[in-house]
Write a protein that binds this ligand. Structure first.
Ligand code: SF4
Ligand code: SF4
Length: 222
C-alpha cells in the first residue's frame, strides 16, 4: 500500500487560511489503513483547523468527509456537485489522490494534507515502512525477495559497499544493511550462488526517468 503521514497542522493551515470554505477530503484506501487520511483523520483535522482558526482570528469554514478512493474517477464523479460548494479541497489522499482531484476538478484549488512516503507494509500496529520504490523492473527473484533499491541506502545492485558494519548500514547504527539482509536470506535458502553474478546497471528508463508510466490491460478496457 501507499504509506503517508499528515503534514504539521501549521503547514496545512497556511495552505487554506485564505479560503472561505474548505472540504477536508479523506480517502478510504491505503491512507485509511496507515491511519493518515481516512474519514476519522479528516474529521479530526477539520476540528483542529476550526479551533486554530478561532484562536488566531481567521474564519475559514471546514467540512469533512471521505470517499472510497481518490484515485478512481467513479468516486470523484460522485462528489462533483458537492465540490462546487467549496473554494478548496484539502486532500488527505496520497499524492496520487491530490493529483487526480486537481485533474478532475480544474476549477477547484486542491492542496495536500499528507506527505506521501512510498509503497510499504505494516510492521506492527502503528508502524509502517517502505519496501518498494516502484522501479518498474522487479529483480526480487535475484535477491531473495529483499529489495536492494529500497533496503540499501545507496540502492546498490552489487553490494554491500565498504561501509557495512556488524550488519548495519553506514548511514546509521539503527538501519540494517540491506545487503547483509540479502546475504543472510540467500544463505539461509542455500542460494548464495545468486551473489556470484555481477548485476548490470539498472535500466532506469523503466522508472519515471523514462516519462510518465502507464499500465494498460486491454481486456479490462470498455
Ligand atoms: S526491485 Fe523494483 S519493483 Fe521490485 S521491490 Fe524493488 S523497487 Fe519494487
Ligand atoms: S552499508 Fe549496506 S545498506 Fe548501507 S549503503 Fe552500504 S551496502 Fe547499502
Amino acid at each position: 500500500m501507499i504509506i503517508a503521514e499528515q503534514k504539521p497542522i501549521p503547514e496545512i493551515a497556511a495552505q487554506v487560511r485564505q479560503c472561505q470554505k474548505v472540504l477536508v477530503l479523506g480517502c478510504g484506501g491505503c491512507v485509511t489503513v496507515c491511519q493518515a487520511g481516512g474519514e476519522k483523520e479528516a474529521e479530526i483535522l477539520a476540528s483542529a483547523l476550526r479551533l486554530m482558526g478561532a484562536r488566531e482570528g481567521w474564519d475559514t469554514a471546514f467540512d469533512s468527509m471521505a470517499i472510497t478512493r481518490q484515485c478512481d474517477p467513479e468516486y470523484l464523479d460522485g462528489i462533483a456537485r458537492k465540490v462546487t460548494e467549496y473554494d478548496a479541497i484539502l486532500s488527505l489522499g496520497c499524492g496520487v489522490g491530490v493529483n487526480y482531484l486537481a485533474e478532475h476538478f480544474p476549477r477547484t484549488w486542491v492542496v495536500p494534507g499528507l506527505n506521501t512516503k512510498g509503497a510499504g507494509a505494516t510492521l506492527e500496529a502503528g508502524v509502517w515502512e517502505e519496501r518498494c520504490l516502484a522501479c518498474g523492473d522487479c529483480i526480487l527473484h535475484l535477491t531473495g525477495g529483499i529489495c536492494p533499491l529500497t533496503r540499501c541506502s545507496k540502492s546498490l545492485l552489487n553490494g554491500p559497499c565498504g561501509g557495512s558494519q556488524a550488519g548495519k548500514c553506514e548511514i546509521s547504527p539503527d538501519v540494517a544493511c540491506g545487503w547483509q539482509l540479502i546475504y543472510d536470506r540467500l544463505r539461509q535458502l542455500d542460494r548464495l550462488d545468486l551473489l556470484l553474478e555481477i548485476r548490470d546497471p539498472k535500466d532506469w528508463s523503466r522508472t519515471h526517468d523514462g516519462g510518465l508510466r502507464r499500465v494498460v490491460k486491454e481486456e479490462a478496457r470498455l
